[in-house]
Design a protein around this ligand. Structure first.
Ligand SMILES: C[S@@+](CC[C@H](N)C(=O)[O-])C[C@H]1O[C@@H](n2cnc3c(N)ncnc32)[C@H](O)[C@@H]1O
Length: 421
């Protein structure tokens, strides 16, 4: 065999990081990127076998007439590792002071916050292909897929410090009993609990919609707390409703935060962070330049919104659109339904404003437009160096589903103080 086992990361997933969405459905590329990013912290053996297999497959594609065995693939992997440079906007800190895993990772709001605090992510999972793309481009690592699958849980390394998860909220079917670990089976919380049970991280940080507190008449949160406190043996202070607007972003977004510490660590008190005393308003995140005409509402659509609102208001119902003035705070950004209309803004900087049309018809003369994906990114505290590489529709979904990074970061800081990290 004379083949020089040279392969570059572009050979394996070059197109993933370009504008075309080619994101793998198997876990080979996730394993490979996790292997490359964890070569110096003692956990890369969790990823090595699958990474080698991925290289083997790619070499077979690159050199179809050659026989590629595992030894050659292993050498190619080492070659790739020695030439690996992390040219990405948000690399891990150079000398991390703790490790964490990022579950239901979305576009990595937890990761951004924890990296800012000096953390190294050692495992991430997210199954949506567009979120994987955004995640890969910004942090260099492609998340693993469906976290409910045993083969994926098996990749999770041991001995990480913190588990982060903003898991979707689902009801448990518990008839009249105080729900325990087994009663949560079949839900995504079960998988979070299962990973905590197996790996016993020092601390956990869960995030959810505010409605979790009353969901199923309180049974859902009670079950979660019971499992964490009594079945898994964690100290869990009373969950806190945290509002993004108190942490320096102009968005009224309330979320439930649940933090916890392994009981043997002796943490007995926890104080959630106080907000910062800064009045940040929409103007602070507004686009500095004129935005594309595509974000402006058509006259007709604006009229429809107004008619609907008038009709609903006469019945005493609110109707979901509002126009945020420059000195106000935005509503929570959410996806679906009237999500984008809850945060319209005035912006009269449209040149040729007399009248202009976009694909939806003539643009309204009042200068009312939707917020842009970048404005949504800023409302969640993402820096402008965060790359947006998906369609607007996907970008709104991703930022709407994400977390307010500064609120997560402030809480993360408190967790680390309690762990002396
Ligand atoms: C509320 S979002 C979390 C967003 C994230 N905290 C962020 O900062 O962007 C929940 C995420 O879980 C993902 N998800 C749902 N079920 C999953 C599963 N079984 N395996 C992996 N990811 C899953 C969804 O695609 C979604 O992106």
């Amino acid at each position: 065999m004379t083949l020089k086992p040279k392969i570059t990361i572009e050979d394996v997933y070059g197109s993933t990081f370009q504008t075309r969405v080619i994101v793998p459905t198997d876990n080979g590329q996730a394993a490979l990127t996790h292997y490359l990013h964890n070569s110096k912290n003692g956990v890369s053996h969790f990823y090595k076998k699958a990474a080698t297999l991925q290289i083997k497959k790619s070499l077979q594609q690159k050199y179809p007439s050659q026989i590629i065995n595992t030894e050659i693939a292993a050498k190619a992997l080492q070659y790739m590792l020695s030439n690996f440079n992390t040219n990405i906007p948000f690399p891990a800190p150079k000398n991390p002071n703790f490790t964490f895993i990022d579950l239901f990772a979305g576009i990595g709001g937890f990761r951004m916050a924890m990296q800012n605090l000096g953390g190294k992510c050692v495992f991430t999972s997210e199954w949506d292909k567009y979120s994987k793309k955004t995640y890969g481009v910004n942090y260099g690592e492609i998340p693993f897929g469906d976290i409910t699958k045993e083969e994926i849980k098996n990749f999770i390394p041991d001995n990480f410090d913190l588990l982060c998860a903003g898991f979707p909220c689902q009801a448990f079917s518990i008839a009249g009993r105080r729900g325990g670990f087994e009663d949560t089976r079949g839900t995504l919380f079960f998988d979070v609990a299962d990973i905590i049970k197996r790996k016993k991280p020092k601390a956990i940080f869960l995030e959810n919609v505010k409605g979790l507190k009353n969901h199923n008449r309180g049974q859902t949160i009670n079950t979660i707390l019971n499992v964490l406190r009594n079945d898994l043996d964690y100290f869990i202070p009373e969950p806190e409703i945290v509002n993004a607007k108190d942490f320096g972003v102009p968005q009224n977004r309330e979320r439930v935060f649940i933090v916890g510490f392994r009981k043997d660590l002796g943490v007995k008190k926890f104080k959630y962070p106080e907000g910062v005393n800064e009045r940040i308003v929409f103007k602070n995140v507004k686009e500095k330049e004129e935005v594309s005409v595509k974000y402006y509402l058509s006259t007709q659509y604006l009229e429809t919104l107004r008619k609907h609102r008038a009709r609903h208001e006469s019945k005493g119902n609110g109707f979901g659109y509002s126009i945020i003035a420059d000195d106000e705070i935005a509503n929570a950004i959410v996806v679906g339904g009237m999500g984008k209309e809850r945060n319209l803004v005035y912006d009269d900087r449209l040149s040729n404003f007399n009248p202009v049309t976009n694909i939806k018809g003539e643009v309204n003369r009042e200068g009312i437009r939707k917020m842009t994906p970048r404005e949504w990114a800023r409302l969640q505290g993402y820096p402008d160096t965060f790359k947006i590489v998906v369609s607007d529709a996907q970008a709104y979904k991703q930022f709407g589903n994400s977390v307010a990074v500064p609120a997560i970061q402030a809480t993360g800081k408190k967790i680390l103080q309690n762990l002396n990290l």
